[in-house]
Design a protein around this ligand. Structure first.
Ligand code: IPR
Ligand code: MG
Length: 142
């Protein structure tokens, strides 16, 4: 049988702020299962980063977002053999409460957490987002 060639994918994660808190859910069914993560997912062919962010947040939570900004770029190998070129973005909540629209990928409800009291364990790209937020570092390679 022919082996599938491994190649990096492009991921987009969105740290959404509402009243100083950020939105996290518990991942399941993929890499980082059991870890708390922001909404996010895979960039589709010919999609802009901002459109990917809006689409993934809407698909996973039903929320609209605004003020989408670049936060950091990372080469994520922690979940090898998966490798991601990851684009970390920030955005602001607009209205309504999040719904868990992909329960096979997210365990329980989305919840707002203050940055000083984030749940553990935390998904690697969210750990990097927090570091970027605290230090201004916007490039992580390894
Ligand atoms: P999907 O596209 O299913 O939401 O993928 P994901 O949540 O596993 O995200 C992959 C990229 C990550 C690192 C945000
Ligand atoms: Mg996702």
């Amino acid at each position: 049988m022919k082996e599938k060639k491994l190649s990096p994918k492009v991921g987009v994660g969105i740290m959404i702020f509402k009243d100083g808190k950020v939105l996290l859910g518990k991942r399941q069914g993929s890499h980082g299962a059991g870890e708390y993560a922001f909404p996010g997912g895979h960039l589709e062919y010919m999609e802009s980063f901002a459109d990917c962010a809006k689409r993934e947040v809407m698909e996973e939570t039903g929320l609209e977002i605004k003020n989408i900004r670049f936060q950091y770029l990372a080469n994520v190998k922690k979940y090898a053999p998966k490798q991601y070129v990851h684009v970390g973005l920030t955005a602001h909540w607009v209205s309504n409460e999040p719904k868990n629209l992909e329960p096979e990928k997210n365990e329980g409800d989305w919840q707002w957490y203050s940055l000083s009291n984030l749940p553990k364990p935390i998904f690697e790209v969210c750990r990097l987002a927090l570091e970027a937020y605290q230090t201004g570092k916007n490039y992580f390679d390894s």
